[in-house]
Design a protein around this ligand. Structure first.
Ligand SMILES: NC(=O)C1=CN([C@@H]2O[C@H](COP(=O)(O)OP(=O)(O)OC[C@H]3O[C@@H](n4cnc5c(N)ncnc54)[C@H](OP(=O)(O)O)[C@@H]3O)[C@@H](O)[C@H]2O)C=CC1
Ligand SMILES: Nc1nc(=O)c2c([nH]1)NC[C@@H]1CN(c3ccc(C(=O)N[C@@H](CCC(=O)O)C(=O)O)cc3)C=[N+]21
Length: 308
């Protein structure tokens, strides 16, 4: 049976570190790291995520502001709110919950967020910095996956990794981080041929397609590590249930390590969002202060979560 990568337990460790950093920022600089979450419309799933994020934020001492806009909000109205948040010195992180209603252009909304407040890491400047291998705010879900992988592998160098999915928010940044960790990376998607045999050669499979039970036991090399990013809501006996992209029971028999859904990547994503909020604070401080909280640079942080 595969080792379970417990995202809930691991996220609690990350959150503990975030809480310590929040305390340090308070004690040394009298700063309350604050996250503004913008939700347009009334999608019930998004409302649950937003509520979860705010709850976790308050648990680690991060301030949060919730901006609930109605579904008919115009591009200009949203742009105005973001401009206000960009120039508010008491707001350090801005997250606009995606997807947005159809009348709003996601790309221009994302581009309007100040790059140093872009805790999602979706701004083109941050995307470019990640692609170039520079220190930047990194998308939360892939960052959470890397922390999970570091639990299982003391060294990722030379591993064959297949990322199933090529979205801007998961697949592409995931591939960039794996490449940064010296993996040999393949990105698979809906047009990929022989995806099953490609995956079967991988030491690491990241499933981020949004297709229930897509990844079956026949796709997995014995002993491989499988990270399930997928979140698919299904109904069983009239009850809502979340499942991932991986056929968990079957794959557990073959894989060396596997993350579950729920309790896997989801909680890690939220922990990394709050981690990015404290990192955003240090980016907004003047240089000498940034050196003062030098322990908070990316390298030091990711090292904390590498298996000892
Ligand atoms: N746990 C968490 O914190 C998070 C979970 N998620 C979940 O992760 C999943 C992916 O999210 P996201 O990247 O935003 O989704 P998108 O729909 O934007 O992208 C899905 C990707 O999967 C590919 N794909 C779809 N079907 C197949 C298939 N049959 N075989 C191979 N590839 C396929 C698509 O290919 P193509 O490009 O060719 O269309 C696309 O690149 C979703 O279930 C989402 O809910 C997302 C964010 C955070
Ligand atoms: N700007 C933006 N940034 C995001 O990071 C973002 C987004 N928009 N839109 C939606 C997706 C999805 N996402 C999840 C976060 C946490 C869980 C999570 O905590 N899931 C729990 C279960 C939660 C439940 O029970 O409903 C788990 O997997 O254990 C899931 C999904 C972030 N996203």
């Amino acid at each position: 049976m595969a080792q379970l990568i417990d995202g809930k337990a691991l996220s609690a460790q990350v959150l503990q570190q975030v809480a310590a950093d929040v305390a340090l920022l308070k004690a040394d600089y009298d700063i309350l790291p604050t996250l503004a979450v913008v939700l347009v419309g009334e999608d019930p799933a998004s409302q649950v995520y937003v509520r979860n994020k705010m709850k976790r934020a308050s648990e680690v001492g991060i301030g949060s502001r919730e901006h609930l806009l109605d579904a008919g909000t115009t591009q200009d109205e949203l742009a105005q709110l973001i401009a206000t948040l960009n120039s508010d010195p008491l707001v350090h992180g801005i997250l606009v919950q995606l997807p947005l209603p159809a009348q709003l252009d996601e790309d221009s909304v994302i581009a309007s967020i100040h790059p140093d407040k872009d805790v999602d890491g979706f701004h083109p400047l941050n995307v470019g910095a990640l692609a170039a291998g520079r220190d930047t705010l990194v998308p939360c879900t892939p960052q959470g996956c890397m922390i999970m992988l570091n639990q299982v592998h003391s060294n990722l160098s030379g591993k064959n990794a297949v990322v199933v999915g090529r979205s801007n928010i998961v697949g592409k940044p995931m591939a960039a981080l794996l490449l940064q960790a010296n993996c040999t990376v393949t990105i698979a998607h809906s047009r990929t041929q022989n995806i099953e045999s490609l995956c079967r050669q991988a030491d690491i499979v990241i499933a981020a397609a949004g297709r229930m039970a897509l990844v079956d036991a026949t796709w997995i090399k014995p002993g491989a590590t499988v990270i399930d990013v997928g979140i698919n809501a299904i109904e069983i006996d009239g009850k809502r249930k979340l499942v991932g992209d991986v056929a968990f029971e079957a794959v557990s028999q073959v894989a060396g390590a596997i993350s579950p859904v729920p309790g896997g990547v989801g909680p890690m994503t939220i922990a990394c969002l709050l981690l990015n909020t404290t990192r955003a604070v240090t980016r907004q401080l003047a240089c000498p202060l940034e050196q003062g909280v030098g322990a908070m640079n990316t390298t030091a942080r990711s090292d904390r979560y590498v298996r000892s």
